[in-house]
Design a protein around this ligand. Structure first.
Ligand SMILES: NC(=O)c1ccc[n+]([C@@H]2O[C@H](COP(=O)([O-])OP(=O)(O)OC[C@H]3O[C@@H](n4cnc5c(N)ncnc54)[C@H](O)[C@@H]3O)[C@@H](O)[C@H]2O)c1
Length: 366
């Protein structure tokens, strides 16, 4: 191959340079015209209707209306539901939504389950001083029984349901029982907040960006028996991925303090704020629905409370948090992960708590 050097000062070199500049300008103009034409022809997507219950909705709705849940080009219709004493406050939220002039918000805010495609159930009865566990369960079981019947009657047949209110796994189970025409794979509960908390703890410990940590797992119940597991988690490094256990290099911390900090994080926030974790719960609810609907990134899984099919020896028929990947609006439990003895015991303990909650819930219904 022969390489010709043209002296920079020569006339040919200057002409060649001029031609290149002209070609570049033409290509960029042409590209801009094509993009403009595409924008003009763009057909707006059909709006998706989302039901939100409970006061954490106040933190959740602006995120949804800004596209954090379903993407920046997905119009949404919001249905907000609360109990009578909260009606006035809900009116205020409606006024604020109008004032915020969100371009993705397509219709007026109404209170109903009608035709909802996605339901985020954050409304529930909190445990008050002096209340027994059974009393809280009984209150929530009747709330979820009634809301399940409303969804059964009015929601879209393929409605995706996310239960946030506690006891989240068991409330989801009740909802599944009383909304039989909603497929069981469409009823889930939120453990993504715990998953994100685990990512946050690892990122703080290693002083790395939280986006570089992935594949932690929350197994089981959204309660203090949950098992945050890092045995398959990795962090992105300059030369690939390093297992979190190797990077942290402190099994004692990972097997003790890390687990209890994640398990107790909700209580620590209530203690500090005197209110439950609204901002992070709303953000995690967005993450949960976004990944479920739009898919998880390749090579990454997330934690979701889903209907157990017996995977990893967990009794089928419980709503249990598993590692899942999502594609085309469907979740799939990640299979084949090696479970050591330490994990097995913790996974079974949290399953046992869910079995007990299930029978307590059943006794509240009879
Ligand atoms: N899964 C999670 O990660 C997670 C995170 C944060 C909070 N939570 C749970 O979410 C729930 C709500 O938390 P909070 O701090 O907003 O509690 P809160 O007691 O402040 O508010 C409960 C809300 O539910 C509403 N509500 C009660 N009964 C209802 C009904 N029948 N229909 C519709 N709405 C109803 C109330 O009016 C109120 O707005 C609690 O159970 C809490 O423990 C779960």
């Amino acid at each position: 191959m022969e390489i010709m050097f043209i002296p920079w000062e020569s006339v040919e070199a200057k002409m060649l340079l001029q031609k290149c500049v002209v070609v570049l300008i033409c290509v960029s103009l042409f590209w801009k015209i094509i993009r403009y034409m595409c924008d003009l022809l763009k057909v707006e997507k059909e709006p998706i209707t989302i039901l939100i219950t409970g006061q954490i909705g106040y933190a959740l709705v602006p995120m949804i209306a800004r596209g954090a849940m379903l993407g920046p080009d997905q119009p949404v219709i919001l249905h907000m539901l609360d109990i009578e004493p909260a009606a006035e406050s809900l009116k205020g939220v409606k006024m604020e939504l109008v004032d915020a002039a969100f371009p993705l918000l397509k219709a007026d805010v109404v209170e109903a389950c009608k035709d909802v495609n996605i339901a985020v159930m954050v409304g529930g009865f909190p445990r008050k001083e002096g209340m027994e566990r059974k009393d809280v369960m009984s209150k929530n079981v009747s709330i979820y029984k009634a809301q399940a019947s409303a969804l059964e009657q009015h929601a879209a047949r393929d409605c995706k349901v996310l239960v946030v209110a506690n006891p989240a796994n068991t409330n989801a189970l009740i909802l599944k029982e009383y909304a039989p025409s909603i497929p069981e794979k469409n009823i889930t509960c939120l453990t993504r907040l715990d998953h994100n908390r685990a990512l946050g703890q690892i990122s703080e410990k290693l002083n790395v960006h939280v986006g570089d940590v992935k594949n932690v797992i929350i197994w089981g119940n959204h309660s203090s028996t949950q098992y945050p597991d890092v045995n398959h988690a990795t962090i992105a490094t300059g030369n690939g991925e390093t297992p979190v256990r190797q990077a942290v290099n402190d099994d004692n911390w990972l097997n003790n303090e890390f687990i209890s900090v994640v398990q107790q994080r909700g209580a620590a926030i209530i203690k500090a704020r005197k209110l439950s974790s609204a901002l992070s719960a709303a953000s995690s609810a967005c993450d949960h629905i976004r990944d479920w609907v739009l898919g998880t990134p390749k090579g990454t899984w997330v934690s979701m409370g889903v209907y157990s099919d017996g995977s990893y020896g967990i009794q089928s028929g419980l709503i249990y948090s598993f590692p899942v990947t999502c594609e085309k609006g469907e979740w799939k439990i990640v299979q084949g992960l090696k479970i050591d003895e330490f994990s097995r015991e913790k996974m079974d303990n949290t399953a046992q708590e869910l079995i007990e909650e299930k029978s307590l819930a059943k006794s509240c219904l009879t």
